[in-house]
Design a protein around this ligand. Structure first.
Ligand code: SF4
Ligand code: SF4
Length: 181
């Protein structure tokens, strides 16, 4: 898979064992993932316990980059929010559910029912941070950890390495793999 990264001059990583990778090679690999819009996946089940322990590896820098468009992902259609979460946001912001429905779009990409998309930049983002922090969508609470579902129905973890928080988590998991090799 790493041979795809010839253009980033990372072909040596495909040949060398993980434990020999240098910190700067690892950083270049993460930059390449980011540019190629790849969320590295791990064979770790996406559940509360695993997500909580991974999030504790590092900390959110509160930069707000996950709330605005990512120049590397022009086709990213938005922040996934469940209809019930949207209703809760409506209660704390004083906006009607009808208005929030109008300002969001139906999530046709994930195939998940009763989910909608908040377009970037998120309408709840402000210079001071998230204006609905206590009621923010689950996806915002688990960011930079996200998930996908295997063919057997089990969900697994993917890391968004766009920010330092995600990169720290990826590096910690990389280190675990080095120890297990
Ligand atoms: S999760 Fe990452 S991108 Fe989002 S605010 Fe925190 S550090 Fe920034
Ligand atoms: S709801 Fe809050 S944390 Fe989530 S994308 Fe919007 S501003 Fe960011």
């Amino acid at each position: 898979m790493l041979s795809r990264y010839w253009k980033y001059d990372l072909q040596q990583l495909a040949k060398n064992p993980r434990k020999s990778w240098t910190e700067s090679e690892l950083d270049l690999l993460l930059d390449a993932f980011n540019k190629e819009d790849i969320y590295p996946a791990f064979n770790i089940e996406f559940n509360l316990e695993n997500v909580t322990s991974l999030l504790e590896i590092s900390w959110c820098r509160q930069c707000g980059r996950c709330c605005i468009p990512d120049p590397n992902k022009p086709n990213d259609c938005g922040i996934m929010v469940h209809e019930d979460e949207l209703k809760q946001i409506g209660l704390v912001t004083g906006r009607s559910y009808k208005e929030l429905l109008r300002k969001t779009t139906k999530d046709k990409t994930s195939g998940r029912k009763r989910f909608r998309l908040i377009r970037y930049p998120c309408m709840f983002h402000s210079d001071a941070g998230c204006t609905v922090y206590e009621r923010r969508p689950t996806i915002c609470c688990t960011y930079p950890i996200t998930t996908d579902i295997k063919s057997d129905g089990i969900s697994f973890i993917k890391i968004n390495i766009r920010c330092e928080y995600g990169r720290d988590i990826y590096k910690a998991l990389h280190e675990r793999m080095v120890q297990q090799d």
